[in-house]
Design a protein around this ligand. Sequence first.
Ligand code: FMN
Length: 354
Amino acid sequence: MTDQVLNTPLTRLTGVRHPVVQTGMGWVAGPRLVSAVANAGGLGILASATMTLDQLATAIEEVRSRTEAPFGVNLRADASDAGDRIDLLIRKRVKVASFALAPRQELIAKLKDAGVVVIPSVGARRHAEKVAAWGADAVLVQGGEGGGHTGAVATTLLLPQVVDAVDIPVIAAGGFFDGRGLAAALAYGAAGVAMGTRFLLTSDSSVPDAVKRLYLGTSDTVVTRQVDGMPHRVLRTPLVNALESSGRLSGLVRAVRNAARFRRVSGMSWPGMIRDGLAMKHGKELSWSQVLMAANTPMLLKAAMVDGRPDLGVMASGQVVALIDDLPSCEELIDAVVTQAADVLRGLGANLAD
Ligand SMILES: Cc1cc2nc3c(=O)[nH]c(=O)nc-3n(C[C@H](O)[C@H](O)[C@H](O)COP(=O)(O)O)c2cc1C
């Protein structure tokens, strides 16, 4: 494992050796991937939205049994049991709480009082300003080229705006895969990079091999609203093309079926799901059919990521998939990224005129 070569506000804040984050990807970022990243000196983040509370407790224990290094857990701030999950993180002394949506101010305060580092993800400058004002320790900003739910503004434009707008460490996400990207992010003023697609495509990720091969052989992604009503970047596959051209009614029928399946798998009650739906709808322009479609996402991702059936599911992916053609271990990947970033930064210094 490479010694520390880059010391940034992110490494100092979280206690990890390298300023490289593996993001919390539903069904993908489980104990195996997270502990491999932690052991390689990066910040691994466990995805918990697709786990019950008990499953999350077991997953945290499993990561602990595989590594002594710090790691994080990604939470949905609008989940009906978000409070219980936060209590669990505090009890288990998890180092970092990451949030897909901005958590309420009092939840941030509770975590911070207990010594947990709070890092919400945002896709717009005004959201970064809001969570910084609420006391977040750092912010992860994802540009439009990133995989999964994503915005329209590219990392190259969003990142400098956010760096200028807040005075907490900023982690850059969306489109990163190598050391040049890390050096560029540091040049923009970021404290490190976060990568999703690149970590999915490692030998340590538990995604079935056939699905990884499909990613490696695909370079085309599309942002679709047909999965859950919100812009979602996924691999372009025949299924996605069919969803894109399917009518409203068939989409709704499919959404109801998948919502029922997710309810069984997640152990959630219908009232719980409706509460989550209401929380999700709150303050957004979502119709009820879109809220219902949101339950599609977990089942459609699971079909590919866990069951190995890309023909039946969707595969979230960043545009960066077009530049990836190998499956390194997390240790090989992180070592290569930080070593190359340090070389690039040294090389740039040599360009300076006296
Ligand atoms: C397969 C997959 C699943 C994802 N699931 C989630 C998720 O459950 N919650 C979340 O906040 N972000 C999720 N994301 C987004 C990532 O956390 C991350 O922000 C994004 O992948 C960064 O862009 P990149 O893929 O270009 O590295 C997912 C991304 C992928 C590729």
